[in-house]
Design a protein. Structure first.
Length: 87
């Protein structure tokens, strides 16, 4: 799984990842990297038999990583519209 992820992050720390939160470009780059890692992790899990807990966690990751994200050919970007789940 680790080989599929692009960020140099062990994902063991809770809270917001380090980022210059005052810089919109840095924020967008971070979100893009996080979404790409989510999608890569989900792809790595495909065609594997998962425990109920792991399947539930994967479903949550799929939902959250797809919220307010516009898929483009070269990158993912956050939409500034509220999703129905957050409205």
């Amino acid at each position: 799984m680790r080989a599929a992820l692009s960020r140099d992050d062990d994902y063991a720390t809770s809270g917001k990842p380090p980022c210059d939160w005052d810089d919109p470009v840095a924020q967008e780059a971070l979100v893009d990297d996080l979404v790409r890692d989510c999608l890569a992790a989900l792809e790595a899990l495909e065609d594997n038999e998962l425990s109920a807990a792991c399947a539930e966690a994967a479903e949550i990751v799929a939902i959250v990583s797809g919220q307010d994200v516009e898929k483009e050919t070269t990158a993912s970007s956050v939409s500034h519209e509220e999703s129905p789940e957050t409205a």
